[in-house]
Design a protein around this ligand. Structure first.
Ligand SMILES: [Zn+2]
Length: 129
C-alpha cells in the first residue's frame, strides 16, 4: 500500500475532480472506485468520447460509471497489483512499454506489456476480483 501511495495520491486528487463534477467514490476491497455516474447510460457525452472507460492510479480506479467499473474490475485490479510491485516507477514503465510497442510498429495499448499481463490474467481467471 505504501509503495503505491504516491500514485494513489494522484488518483485521489483526480477523485476529487470527479466528485466536483458530480461523481461518487466507493470503497471496494482495498481500492477506491470513482465514477461520474452510477449507470453508464447517464455518462455525459464528453466523457463517453474519451479513449478509455477506466484508468487505475495506485489503489484508485477511475471510470466513466460504476457499472463500467464493475465490469472492468478484474482487469483494473491487475493494474493495482502492478502499482504495488513497481510503485512510482509504474508511471515511467507503463508509457515506456507503450513507446517500445509503438516503435516496433505495434499498437501502444495492445502492445503494452502491462496491458497484455492484465488481459492474460483476466483470461486465465475471469472470476478473480
Ligand atoms: Zn488496462
Amino acid at each position: 500500500m505504501l509503495w503505491a501511495l504516491p500514485c494513489s495520491i494522484v488518483g485521489l486528487a483526480l477523485c476529487l475532480v470527479l466528485v466536483l463534477l458530480g461523481g461518487s467514490v466507493r470503497r471496494v476491497g482495498h481500492t477506491f472506485e470513482a465514477a461520474l455516474t452510477v449507470q453508464h447510460l447517464q455518462v455525459p457525452r464528453w466523457a463517453r468520447q474519451l479513449d478509455f472507460a477506466a484508468i487505475t492510479l495506485g489503489h484508485v480506479i477511475l471510470g466513466q460509471s460504476h457499472d463500467v467499473l464493475a465490469v472492468l474490475r478484474s482487469h483494473e485490479r491487475v493494474h493495482v497489483r502492478q502499482y504495488e510491485r513497481l510503485g512510482l516507477f509504474f508511471f515511467l514503465a507503463y508509457p515506456a512499454s507503450s513507446l517500445v510497442a509503438w516503435l516496433q510498429g505495434r499498437c501502444p495499448y495492445a502492445g503494452n506489456r502491462f496491458e497484455q499481463e492484465a488481459v492474460a490474467q483476466v483470461a486465465d481467471n475471469p472470476q478473480a476480483p
